[in-house]
Design a protein around this ligand. Structure first.
Ligand SMILES: Nc1ncnc2c1ncn2[C@@H]1O[C@H](COP(=O)(O)OP(=O)(O)OP(=O)(O)O)[C@@H](O)[C@H]1O
Ligand SMILES: [Mg+2]
Length: 342
């Protein structure tokens, strides 16, 4: 029997999520840190820091310390994790044991950075789990049956595609095209068409409201506000979902093509399974209107968006916490619930 509580952590490019056994998801905040540029003193983290994006003065800087799913600023990530892990563990009697999610395609150095960032916060034990595996569990795939499935995680920094089979991850592709690129494409489009400069947060809001990669049955509009690139004066424009489609379809197609290429390289038996069960979309970006239709049309394979796609990885890692006892107490093991090997 485990003493105290266990936690799962997903350090994403866009969001930091923490799941605590017996409680569920207790932290789901933007992976953002605000700090004084001269003293490096922490000003805010998470949601509070995200509100400062594009609104900072010379003295306060706001940074996303992860990029493309990997840590780019170690000191900032450490502070980000420390704030939230402390919040969570202060209510625990014992130091927590942690399962940390790592992207499918990372180097040993990048893996080590994740472990270090978390272990400095005082945890008893850390295990790693590959995101595609966690994701499949979170999406409700029955990983105990010998069956192949294809999960596609459209995150903030990367789109990770993985074919999962009995032995684990059978094939993996990572594309550095995801949510952030969609935001940038929207900013670029609006600047070009309306001479209107908008910030990243405004672009993201517009994307969530009317963004699409397949024509919407009824056109929707969203008002974006910013500043005229020439005059510098405040300006707004009503952006339609049709315009969004124009701005975003290229990126949507690049992701779709990557899935097609991956399928071409997948062993026939597994493709048969995938064909039968369909492709599963997860990650915050899977909520974009039309991704399922676009991919289904191009691959001719049914596609389903997982329930609550933005929390699939963390829920799956949370469910994998029950295997943490099987790992010995020292060292950093890697959990692979698929083959019961730790
Ligand atoms: N309704 C929506 N429509 C389109 N995109 C959305 C929607 N909701 C969230 N997103 C996008 O999903 C992305 C974040 O997804 P997620 O939280 O899965 O990423 P992450 O795990 O932090 O990143 P990564 O896995 O790449 O490291 C952001 O770009 C966000 O704008
Ligand atoms: Mg992610």
């Amino acid at each position: 029997m485990a003493l105290g509580t266990d936690a799962a952590i997903d350090l994403g490019t866009s969001r930091l999520q923490i799941y605590v056994s017996g409680r569920g998801i207790v932290v789901d905040e933007p992976s953002v840190v605000a700090f004084h540029s001269d003293t490096d003193e922490l000003v805010a983290v998470g949601e509070e820091a995200y509100k400062m994006v594009g609104r900072t003065s010379d003295r306060v800087r706001v940074e996303f310390p992860l990029n493309g799913g990997v840590i780019t600023d170690f000191a900032l990530v450490e502070q980000l994790v420390a704030v939230f892990l402390k919040k969570v563990s202060s209510s625990m009697v014992f130091m927590p044991r942690v399962v940390a999610c790592i992207p499918g395609e990372v180097t040993e150095v990048e893996k080590r950075a994740v472990v270090n960032a978390i272990s400095t916060c005082g945890v008893r034990k850390i295990c790693l789990i590959e995101e595609p595996v966690a994701e499949a569990i979170g999406a409700g795939v029955d990983i105990a049956t010998p069956h192949g499935c294809l999960v596609v995680d459209i995150g903030g920094g990367t789109t990770d595609m993985a074919v999962i089979s009995l032995s684990g991850v059978a094939a993996l592709r990572t594309l550095k095209i995801a949510g952030n690129n969609f935001d940038e494409a929207i900013m670029k489009y609006i600047r070009k068409k309306y001479n209107l400069l908008i910030g990243k947060r405004m672009a993201e809001e517009a994307k969530k409201a009317v963004g699409c990669v397949y024509p919407q049955p009824t056109s929707k509009t969203f008002r974006v506000k910013g500043r005229n690139a020439l005059t510098g004066l405040p300006q707004w424009a009503d952006i339609t979902s049709d315009e969004m489609l124009e701005a975003l379809i290229d990126l949507g197609m690049q992701i779709t093509r990557e899935i097609q290429e991956m399928l071409e390289e997948t062993p026939p038996e597994l493709v048969g399974d995938i064909y039968h069960d369909g492709i599963i979309l997860t990650g915050g970006g899977a909520q974009m209107y039309g991704f399922d239709t676009l991919i289904a049309k191009k691959t001719r394979i049914p596609v389903r968006v997982a329930d609550d796609p933005g929390t699939c990885v963390i829920r799956g890692a949370g469910a994998a916490l029950k295997y943490i006892d099987e790992l010995d107490n020292d060292g950093i093991g890697q959990l692979n619930p698929l083959i019961g090997e730790y």
